[in-house]
Ligand binder design. Structure first.
Ligand code: NAG
Ligand code: NAG
Ligand code: NAG
Ligand code: NAG
Ligand code: NAG
Length: 449
């Protein structure tokens, strides 16, 4: 009876779609900063997803491998660093540590992390291994090696249904290897398959569904994006199909590079890519999109915004309308005012937010469909070379620090999640964070049913 009611409640609830992913936007995590988990791996445990990736706050070289958690794949809580820079060695200054991935060994009860370990010139080409007792706790770094003596750059891990672990690793000019790991996952036991060069593939991501393996990856074009590809097989060791594209050709995988493919349930598979900004890696964003899988065929379409909708049985929600409120339609205080803004809707935006006088704009009478956690999208402009912040208050909730990555002369998007109330009575106050200037606010978008 109780279970039935809970299920009916979940099915009847139209509210879950209010939590959306907006690919390519600034994604502010619980610490008020743009999510720093580039080249990430994911692991799920008791309904909680952990995102483990590179902290690029200070640029290219290794700072931290960060861990974030979420139960809905939209709201990400910063938990901490699994590994941090040391005085010397593999994790020392000016080192490359990329694409961390984790699998869990049920027998040793250890989380095993692999990452690409390299010198600043990418001349070492190794994998490093670390283990942890809890998924998002501190990890113990064991060391690095070249798998079977081969160079290894982009890589990923895969755990098969029988518990066997695999390392998929890019080795130019030989090709892309699939290596089987030893039972404790600490070393390589044998080579399972080699996709030979030419046409080598990097940024690998491997997934299995209904007995079929799907391997994704990109071509080699440095930080620039290209049309990523996939191959399928019933066996890891043979029978792989020719590589083929899954996103529209020429879209360069919607300007992203594969980092992970998450098979969530019967109805849901998600592509997770990095949209690298090579000149300022911390501003790289995340392009996550639904994958449409039909047998051995995979396709991916673009959505400006969409909802993973994890609590519902109906799968991803890709068609969501939104209500738009113009920044300049708000009421100004303390020096904030309308400014003309090329590329903004209506040619103007709310400007002079924050700064020494702490200018602010208040948007009121905002309509929301439901009293649930809701993703708010800001269309903004930030002409600085660094991130700007705003201190944003929704109704009576505590103010939230929201990040707005540099946007050059363009209008870009930044999202934040909050609790609204059903009806027209919502108020948003946007002010500066400390004494810094906030972004120019073109418009605010709220999902509507
Ligand atoms: C974990 O490690 C143990 C001990 O080395 C091994 O026997 C086992 O096969 C490994 N894999 C899993 C999935 O437990
Ligand atoms: C990994 O395996 C290789 C080849 O068997 C061996 O030489 C090496 O010592 C092993 N490394 C560790 C850390 O066990
Ligand atoms: C809101 O709706 C408009 C009009 O359909 C659309 O162009 C825009 O992309 C939507 N907002 C987001 C965040 O997707
Ligand atoms: C953020 O806004 C709240 C509410 O106006 C204010 O109390 C707080 O001091 C502000 N914080 C910062 C860092 O500006
Ligand atoms: C040094 C070296 O070449 N190591 C291995 C690289 O991978 C191939 C298989 O693809 C092995 O045969 C080599 O021993």
């Amino acid at each position: 009876m109780n279970l039935l009611l809970v299920l009916l409640g979940a099915l009847a609830s139209p509210t879950l779609a209010a939590l959306e992913l907006v690919p390519g936007a600034t994604w502010t995590a619980s610490n008020g900063e743009h999510l720093q988990a580039h080249g990430a791996g994911f692991i799920e445990e008791n309904g909680v997803y952990y995102m483990i990736g590179e902290d690029k706050t200070d640029g290219t070289y290794f700072q931290n491998i960060n861990c974030y958690s979420s139960s809905d794949l939209v709201q990400w809580k910063y938990v901490g660093a699994l590994l941090s820079r040391t005085a010397s060695g593999d994790l020392g200054p000016s080192r490359v540590v990329e694409r961390p991935k984790i699998i869990y060994n049920d027998s040793t009860k250890k989380y095993v992390l692999y990452a690409h370990i390299d010198s600043s010139s990418y001349g070492e080409a190794k994998v490093g291994v670390a283990t942890g007792d809890s998924v998002c706790g501190k990890y113990n770094y064991l060391g690095s090696f070249q798998p079977m003596g081969n160079t290894s750059r982009d890589m990923t891990l895969f755990k098969d249904d029988d518990g066997s672990g695999y390392l998929i690793s890019e080795d130019r000019p030989k090709g892309l290897h699939i290596y089987k790991l030893t039972a404790d996952y600490h070393n390589i036991s044998s080579e399972t398959y080699l996709f030979p060069d030419p046409g080598n593939i990097e940024a690998p991501a491997l997934m299995k569904r209904d007995g079929l393996y799907y391997l994704f990856g990109s071509h080699l074009s440095g930080w620039s994006d290209n049309d990523n590809v996939y191959s399928t097989s019933k066996s890891l060791g043979s029978g792989w199909t020719d590589w083929q594209t899954f996103a529209p050709v020429g879209s360069n995988t919607f300007s992203s590079q594969t980092n992970y493919v998450l098979s969530i349930d019967e109805n849901r598979v998600m592509y997770m890519g990095d949209r690298w900004v090579s000149t300022d890696l911390m501003t790289s964003t995340y392009v996550w999109l639904p994958l449409e899988i039909s047998g051995a065929t995979v396709a991916m379409k673009w959505y400006d915004h969409w909802a993973p909708n994890l609590g519902s049985s109906s799968g991803f929600q890709t068609s969501i309308s939104n209500t738009t409120v113009q920044g300049e339609s708000g009421s100004y205080a303390s020096g904030a005012k309308s400014i003309s803004c090329t590329g903004c809707s209506g040619g103007s935006a709310a400007g002079y937010i924050g700064g020494p006088s702490d200018g602010s704009v208040t948007l009121s009478g905002i309509q929301a469909s439901d009293s649930t956690a809701t993703t708010i999208t800001f269309e903004y402009r930030n002409g600085d070379s660094g991130t700007r912040y705003a201190n944003v208050t929704f109704n009576d909730s505590p103010a939230q620090k929201v990040a707005f990555l540099a946007s050059g002369g363009n209008v870009k998007r930044s999202v934040i999640n909050t609790q609204l109330k059903a009806g027209k009575g919502n108020t948003i106050v946007i002010e500066g964070y400390n004494t810094g200037y906030g972004p120019d606010i073109d418009e605010v978008e709220i999902p509507s049913e």
